[in-house]
Design a protein around this ligand. Structure first.
Ligand code: ADP
Length: 270
C-alpha cells in the first residue's frame, strides 16, 4: 500500500521531495510490519491458554471426569488458563484503547494516595512474599495527571516490583521534582533485568523469562501499557537495573500542564 507524498510546490525541492516520499513509504511499511507482528503475537498468546483449556476438557470428557483425583487438578488448570485468557484480552483492549490516544483528563493528584491504594490492592501478595513497602512519597506531593491512568501506571509498576522480587525483600516509592518535571520512582530488591534485555522490556509481549512470566500469569503487556500511558502525558519512563540486586523504574511527568481554570474546584493550588 505504498503511496507517494505530493512534492510540494511544483518544480522546486525535487530532491528533498523524493527523499520525503521514500522515507514515508519506509515508515508505512514499518507500521504495517509492526501491526502484522502484533497480530501474530496476539494470536500466539491467545492460542496457548485456549489449547490448554481444550486439551484438558477433552481429557476430562474422555473419562478422567470419573476420577476426582485427576478431575480436580485438571479443572483447576482450566480455571487458571481461563483467567489468563481474560487478563490477556483485557490488557490487549487496554493497549488498543490507549494507542488511540484518548484525551486525558488532567487533575492534580496526591501521589502518596495513589501508591497507598496500589499497595492495598497488592497487599496479600506483599504478605505472601514477606515484602516490606516503603512509601517515601512526601505527604503533600502532587502530580498533574489523569487520575485513572496514573493509577494504572503505578499499579503495573508496583505489581512487577512484587512479582520479580525475592522473598523478604522490599519495594520503595519515592518522588521529587525540578522546575519542569515531577518524578517518581519504584524501586525493588528483586532479580533485576539483564543489561541485554533492558532496551526491550517495554515492547509488547517481551519478557526476559517467558516461562517464568507465563507461570506467574503475566501477559507481557504491563510495561507496554505503562510506557504508552506515560507518553500520553508527554512524560518519560526510564529504568536502571542490576541483576540479582534490583530494579528502579523512574517516571517523569511534565509540570505546569494545568491552568488555574482546570484545577478541580475545592482544591486549592499551592
Ligand atoms: P509481564 O506480564 O511478563 O510482567 P511486563 O510488560 O510487565 O510483562 O514486563 C515485561 C518483562 O520485564 C517481564 O516479563 C520481566 O521479565 C521484566 N520486568 C518487568 N518489571 C521487572 C522488575 N521490577 N524486575 C525484574 N524484571 C522485570
Amino acid at each position: 500500500r505504498a503511496h507517494v507524498v505530493p512534492l510540494g510546490a511544483e518544480g522546486e525541492g525535487t530532491r528533498s521531495g523524493v527523499l520525503l516520499a521514500a522515507t514515508d513509504v519506509t515508515e508505512v511499511r514499518r507500521l504495517e510490519r509492526v501491526r502484522s507482528e502484533f497480530v501474530q503475537n496476539v494470536s500466539h498468546e491467545l492460542k496457548t491458554p485456549v489449547t490448554a483449556i481444550r486439551g484438558f476438557a477433552e481429557t476430562l470428557l474422555d473419562g478422567a471426569l470419573g476420577d476426582p483425583q485427576v478431575a480436580r487438578p485438571f479443572l483447576e488448570i482450566i480455571l487458571r488458563e481461563s483467567e489468563r485468557l481474560e487478563r490477556l484480552i483485557s490488557d490487549i483492549l487496554d493497549l488498543s484503547r490507549i494507542e488511540r490516544m484518548p484525551r486525558l483528563s488532567l487533575a492534580r493528584v496526591r501521589l502518596v494516595e495513589v501508591f497507598h491504594d496500589a499497595y492495598v490492592q497488592l497487599e496479600s501478595r506483599f504478605v505472601q512474599k514477606g515484602l516490606r513497602f516503603e512509601n517515601r512519597i512526601p505527604e503533600g506531593f502532587v502530580v498533574e495527571a489523569d487520575p485513572d491512568r496514573l493509577r494504572q501506571i503505578v499499579l503495573n509498576l508496583m505489581a512487577n516490583a512484587v512479582q520479580y522480587n525475592r522473598e523478604r525483600g522490599y519495594v520503595a516509592a519515592e518522588a521529587w521534582e525540578d522546575d519542569r518535571f515531577s518524578y517518581f520512582a519504584v524501586e525493588d530488591s528483586g532479580i533485576g533485568i539483564p543489561a541485554r534485555d533492558l532496551g526491550r522490556i517495554f515492547e509488547r509481549f517481551y519478557r526476559v523469562d517467558k516461562a517464568r512470566s507465563r507461570e506467574s500469569g503475566g501477559t507481557g503487556l504491563g510495561l507496554a501499557i505503562v510506557k504508552h500511558l506515560v507518553e500520553a502525558h508527554r512524560g518519560v519512563i526510564s529504568v536502571v537495573s542490576e541483576e540479582g540486586q534490583g530494579t528502579v523504574f523512574t517516571v517523569a511527568l511534565p509540570r505546569g500542564g494545568i491552568s488555574d481554570e482546570e484545577v478541580p474546584s475545592g482544591e486549592a493550588r499551592e
